[in-house]
Design a protein around this ligand. Structure first.
Ligand code: HGY
Ligand code: MN
Ligand code: MN
Length: 410
């Protein structure tokens, strides 16, 4: 079978070009969902879709689709990922999968080959969930995990709605998010973890992905004078929050309850050197591939909160995101493994520690993922890196797998 040949130089150049949008002086970049930087990134991808001869669509939650071949009423073979980032991110998380998809479309155009089924490349809105909760918002709406209206109504901390921000950046699309429910979905992504590099394996065929449960905890005590207030008379919200955060970390580290726990944001009020904190606000990210363990961790958090309330603290718990663990489609995993082996690359099955849009899309159609190495297992960090050869290898494996699906008679 003839496969479209990706142009590695163009792939690598475009990763750098997109990475310049929102780049920071100390390295890395920030392109939070629906900011001006996200708009610039979206505009760049739309331009590349046009260069590849793809038809471009935007749906009502701002997902962007580049579609080539076939008729728009046939369910496409889809790949895609995200270009919104966390704060001070690297250049590859999400962006690599999108740019590899664009490269596939351009390679098809240049090869003179025509797919039997439409091939779609999707840029999902708000995958990271840093500015708007929950995360995975664009793919959640497609999977009907959240209603479109509810998603459009979510707000930033400073009260801007998703809908108004979509309109502001010009990506409040017209089409229904269910217009392009795919026949199959493949997502190419960096591993963001240490396994492939540590085992000297080039490619990971992702057969499952761990679920997550995100919380915001707000503890209210009593602000007071740091010099005159005896320790036994304090209602120190800061110490209560720090002790709770450390206890949750210990449950994870010692009892794997759950697999991993992260306190990624932590703020004290009034945040002054000589004031006993009256308020503390922090977030918790629980992850586990066993949903029962996630539920146990949630229950543990609620029991710890009750203990604080018995001590006289006012505590507000808000769930920010829940996403169940998923097992990917075995048929697609075998296809990815077969294509990888036919190209002569080493591979292994792997479970994703990170969340991805495929986690939601797998509820709408058969889905699977492909990983390439992350150097030193680092991600969500400007030091995020993957060897160029691996980036090009992953894109070619994706192209071959997508082409096999788009020309299969099934
Ligand atoms: O948080 C995650 O796992 C993903 O990077 N959004
Ligand atoms: Mn990602
Ligand atoms: Mn990420």
């Amino acid at each position: 079978m003839n496969f479209p040949q990706v142009n590695g130089h163009r792939l690598l150049r475009r990763i750098q070009e997109l990475g310049q949008i929102g780049c920071l002086p100390g390295g890395g970049g920030t392109r939070l969902a629906l900011t001006d930087e996200d708009k610039q990134g979206r505009d760049l991808i739309v331009g590349w879709f046009a260069e590849a001869g793809a038809s471009v669509y935007v749906d009502k939650i701002g997902n962007i689709y580049g579609v080539l071949g076939g008729s728009v009423d046939t369910p496409p073979i889809m790949t895609g990922s995200h270009i919104d980032t966390v704060s001070r991110a690297g250049f590859l998380d999400g962006c690599y999968g999108v740019i590899a998809g664009v490269e596939l479309l351009q390679a098809i155009g240049e090869s003179g080959l025509t797919p039997d089924k439409p091939i779609a490349v999707t840029v999902f809105s708000n995958e990271e969930g840093v500015r708007f909760s929950p995360d995975l918002l664009g793919s959640r709406v497609i999977a009907k995990d959240i209603a479109l209206d509810e998603a459009l109504a979510v707000e930033t901390r400073d009260g801007k709605s998703f809908q108004s921000e979509l309109q502001r950046i010009g990506y409040a699309g017209e089409i229904e998010p269910w217009k392009f429910i795919p026949e199959s979905f493949l997502e190419l992504h960096i591993e963001q973890g240490p396994v492939l590099e540590a085992t000297e394996t080039q490619v990971g065929v992702v057969e499952a992905l761990q679920g997550h449960s995100w919380w915001q905890v707000e503890i209210v005590g009593c602000a007071n004078h740091a010099g005159t207030t005896p320790m036994h008379l304090r209602k120190d919200a800061g110490v209560a929050a720090m002790q709770l955060a450390c206890r949750l970390q210990e449950y994870s580290a010692l009892d794997h309850l759950p697999n991993v726990t992260t306190v990624g944001t932590f703020a004290l009020e009034p945040n002054a050197v000589n004031v006993v904190p009256g308020k503390a606000k922090f977030t918790i990210d629980f992850r586990d591939s066993d949903d029962g363990q996630l539920r146990k961790a949630d229950a543990l958090l609620q029991s710890e909160v009750m203990k604080l309330q018995e001590q006289g603290f006012e505590v507000k718990l808000q769930t920010l995101s829940k996403a169940m663990s998923v097992k990917f489609d075995e048929g697609l995993c075998s296809l990815l493994q077969g294509v990888t082996e036919s190209i002569g690359a080493s591979n292994r099955r792997i479970v994703s520690g990170a969340s991805h849009d495929a986690q939601m899309i797998s509820r709408a159609c058969p889905s699977a993922m492909l990983f390439v190495q992350s150097s030193k297992g680092i991600s969500h960090n400007p030091k995020e890196n993957t060897p160029d050869d691996d980036l090009v290898l992953g894109a070619q494996i994706l192209a071959n797998a997508m082409w096999t699906l788009a020309t299969s008679k099934s």
